[in-house]
Design a protein around this ligand. Structure first.
Ligand SMILES: Cc1cc2nc3c(=O)[nH]c(=O)nc-3n(C[C@H](O)[C@H](O)[C@H](O)COP(=O)(O)OP(=O)(O)OC[C@H]3O[C@@H](n4cnc5c(N)ncnc54)[C@H](O)[C@@H]3O)c2cc1C
Length: 439
């Protein structure tokens, strides 16, 4: 690995990936005369989806990723492919109007379809994409009532027939625990092996279009010149592009070159644990329909099975480093909800940053005649980043797709950025308090 890149992630995905991380490093040409139509900065789902879109349209993109492909959120997430935003559709309608909520709902579902389209386009069977559904599990009667009202509103106003209300008994049967009072099953949600998905995309793009995707090639500087944008890596290789796409999401603080996104996002740590392989009895009893599952608490915790193991995720430690206490907290929460897992060993634990935005929505669009952006996925970006990467590609091609509230004009800078850490702690503490008192 290049000395400039960061440590690998000790995840379940890393241990079970079907793809070696053998992608080329960008070296430019010996005279510094390399050119590209579009240079894409960041090689997660967003950047790769943009690269696919542009290369398929006959353009010459070059993608530069600072680390091995899949090092960012795209290779270390929970693999839940969901059609939702943190802002609810009724909230959107109240704050804007019904037509806006309808378009946002279309975009959310299009995002899940986009993942399936990409998996099929490159035949990434190791991505294990399945539309298995997601069950939102209510932790108390108040939350269940709220979730039911929201689901009924979506069914009625947005004509969404993919949502089903499940009783306490049905949720107990599905999950293998009595911890929930009911839930909402969303059928248009899937799961993937995220590292196989992101590396499968990178491999497929390079196989089909030549050496587009480069890893361990961090962009250290971006200079706007008369003829175009000069993008230079930390090792001094440079390329002159007609346009660039910024696609670094929660990892925009690695280099000052991506400060546009850094100033508009708040990184929030999300952590996960994966147990040892479950025995046959637990396999059959817990999460028997192999869906993804999420709690209704504000400090959202979620779970699923993958590779024969039980995975449990939620908020991680504050600050720059992981803490064992945060992982122990996840284990405690997991065994409180699923007493049958008491004593089971954890084989993998890891974390990563998600990028929160001021309006809780991701954004995509054109910033100026040479720059496009897609970022701010608020922890729900597997499907959204795949879609918004492709929309960023459309913007770079000069198109103006209707992205409703996702418009980059709404991507606002975080005020008092230096104090964001205090803000995160205050909000998290308040949410924990509300969860604890059952509101
Ligand atoms: C622990 C965890 C669990 C999650 N679970 C889920 C889930 O289950 N479902 C869901 O929908 N979402 C989930 N997410 C969120 C999801 O992973 C992200 O929203 C998504 O992967 C964002 O993709 P991206 O391509 O925009 O960013 P990333 O995949 O993070 O890619 C950005 C890349 O930019 C690179 N980079 C940064 N600076 C530079 C530079 N100067 N030059 C070149 N490259 C640079 C970084 O190395 C990084 O690889 C989770 C996230 C985490 C951390």
């Amino acid at each position: 690995m290049n000395a400039l890149t960061s440590a690998p992630v000790n995840s379940l995905w890393q241990a079970t990936t079907a793809f070696p991380d053998g992608f080329p490093v960008f070296e430019g040409d010996s005279e510094g005369k390399a050119t590209a139509d579009v240079v894409i900065i960041g090689g997660g789902f967003t950047g790769l989806s943009a690269a696919h879109h542009l290369a398929s349209a006959g353009m010459q993109p070059i993608l530069l990723e600072a680390n091995p492909i899949g090092w960012g959120g795209s290779g270390r997430n929970g693999g839940v492919v969901t059609a939702k935003y943190r802002m609810s559709f009724p909230e959107m309608t109240k704050a804007f109007d019904l037509d806006t909520a309808k378009r946002m709902h279309q975009l959310a579902h299009a995002a899940v379809d986009k993942v399936e389209e990409m998996v099929n386009a490159y035949q990434i069977s190791d991505a294990k994409f399945q539309r298995s559904g997601n069950l939102k599990c209510a932790h108390n009667a108040h939350s269940l009532q709220h979730a039911i009202e929201e689901a009924e509103w979506i069914k009625r106003e947005l004509k969404d027939d993919t949502l089903n209300i499940l009783s306490r008994e049905q949720v107990a049967e599905e999950t293998g625990t009595e911890s929930f009072v009911g839930g909402i099953l969303g059928l248009n949600v899937g799961t993937v092996h995220p590292l196989n998905y992101v590396r499968g995309l990178a491999q497929g793009i390079n196989d089909r279009f030549g050496q587009v995707v480069h890893q361990c090639s961090p962009v250290a500087s971006i200079q706007y010149e008369n003829e175009g944008v000069r993008v230079t890596t930390a090792s001094g290789a440079s390329v002159l592009a007609k346009q660039i796409i910024l696609a670094t999401n929660a990892y925009s603080d690695l280099f000052p070159s991506t400060e546009y996104i850094r100033k508009r996002t708040i990184p929030f740590r999300s952590s996960m644990i994966a147990t040892e392989v479950l025995n046959d009895e637990l396999q059959a009893r817990l999460l028997s329909n192999e869906r993804s599952y999420v709690e209704t608490r504000r400090m959202m915790r979620w779970f699923r099975k993958a590779e024969g193991r039980f995975m449990f995720g939620g908020r991680g430690a504050f600050g720059k480093e992981d803490s064992q206490a945060a992982f122990d907290g996840l284990y405690k929460a997991m065994t409180e909800i699923f007493p049958a897992l008491e004593g089971i060993k954890v084989d993998y634990q890891w974390s990563g940053h998600v990028a929160m935005t001021l309006d809780a929505l991701p954004h995509v669009g054109r910033l100026d005649e040479r720059t496009c952006v897609a970022a701010g996925f608020n922890g729900a970006g597997v499907a959204q980043s795949t879609l918004l990467g492709s929309l960023a590609g459309q913007f770079a091609l000069g198109e103006t797709p209707n992205v409703a509230l996702l418009d980059a004009q709404r991507f606002k800078a975080v005020p008092f950025y230096a104090f964001r850490e205090i803000g995160i702690r205050t909000v998290a503490g308040w949410y924990q308090f509300l969860d604890a008192i059952g509101r």
